[in-house]
Design a protein around this ligand. Sequence first.
Ligand code: GDP
Ligand code: ZN
Length: 301
Amino acid sequence: MTGTRDARVVAGNGRRFVVETADGARFTCLTATRDVQAVCGDQVKVDGTDDPRIVSVSPRRSLFSKADGRGRAVPAAANLDQVFMVLAPVPGPELFLMDKYLAAIDGMKIAAGIVLNKMDLVDEDDDGGLGRRLAYLGSLGYPVYRTDTRGGAGLESFAAALKGHDSMLVGQSGVGKSSLLNALVPSADHRIDELSAATDEGRHTTTSTTLHPLPGGGALVDSPGVRDLELVVRDPTDIGPLFRDIHAISRDCRFANCLHLQEPGCAVKEAVEKEKLPRSRYTSYKWLMTTMQQAKDRKFD
Ligand code: GDP
Ligand code: ZN
C-alpha cells in the first residue's frame, strides 16, 4: 500500500518515534531522511506500512527546548499551548530558577503557568514568603494553581485548566510532576512502559518525551529529561522583555536601550529602591544578564 497518512508523534527519542493516527493506530517508525527532524507532539506525514517512515513535519505553533549537558538548547516537544512550572514547599523553590523558568517559557512564546503542589505541606503562617511571591507572579499574569496529589485537593480545577490544551509540566526533581501526571492521566504508567519499550530499546530509564491524551481532551506531555530550561535569546537585550515586570517598568528608563545595570535614570533600579519591584526579581535578571554577557564575550584565546 502507498499513500501518506497523517499522524502525531506521541513518543520520541532522537530518531525512533511512536506515532498515532487519528483512528488510534499506533506504530514505531524512523524518519525518512536526516532532514526530517521530528519531536514529540509534531504533526507528521508517514509513508509506507511495512517499514513506515516520517516523511514530513507540519509547521509548528510552538517549540519547547530543553538544555543538554552542555547547556545547549535541544528541541523536545512541539505544539505545546502551555507549560506549568511545578513548585513545592519541599524541596523548597529556588527563586532564581523560578524566574529563569518563567522567562524561558515566555521566550518560547508558550503560555506559562504555576502549580504549587504539596499544598498539604504548606504552613500558612510560616511559608517563607512563598504565598506572597505567588500572588505577585499571579499579578504579572501567570495563573497559579495549588494541588495536593495525595489528598486530591485542587486537582479538579487544575484538570480544567489542562482540558483541551497540550501542556507540559517542568520543575525541580521531587516536586511531584510524576505524581501529578499519574493523578491526571489514569493510565500514564502503563503508557510510559509501553512507549519506552518501543523507543528506548531496552534501556532501564525512560528518556523519551511522551504525550498522554487527557480524559477530557488535550494532552499532557512528559519529558523526564528536562534538566533545565535554556533561555532562547540571541542577545542580552532580549532578556529584559522576558521579565514581564521589568519590561513594563523599563518604559520609564531614560534610555530606550537601558539594560538596567549601570545606566543613569534607570526606572528599574529606582523601582527596586522604592520596593515596587522585588529585589530578588532584579537579582535574577542581573544573574541572567551576567551569564549571557559572559557567554557572548567569550572568545578563543
Ligand atoms: P517528580 O520528581 O517531580 O516527578 O516528583 P514525584 O512525583 O516523584 O514526587 C516526589 C515525592 O513527593 C514522592 O514521594 C511523592 O509521593 C511526594 N508527593 C507528590 N505529590 C505530593 C503532594 O501533593 N503532597 C505530599 N505531601 N507529597 C507529595
Ligand atoms: Zn533601566
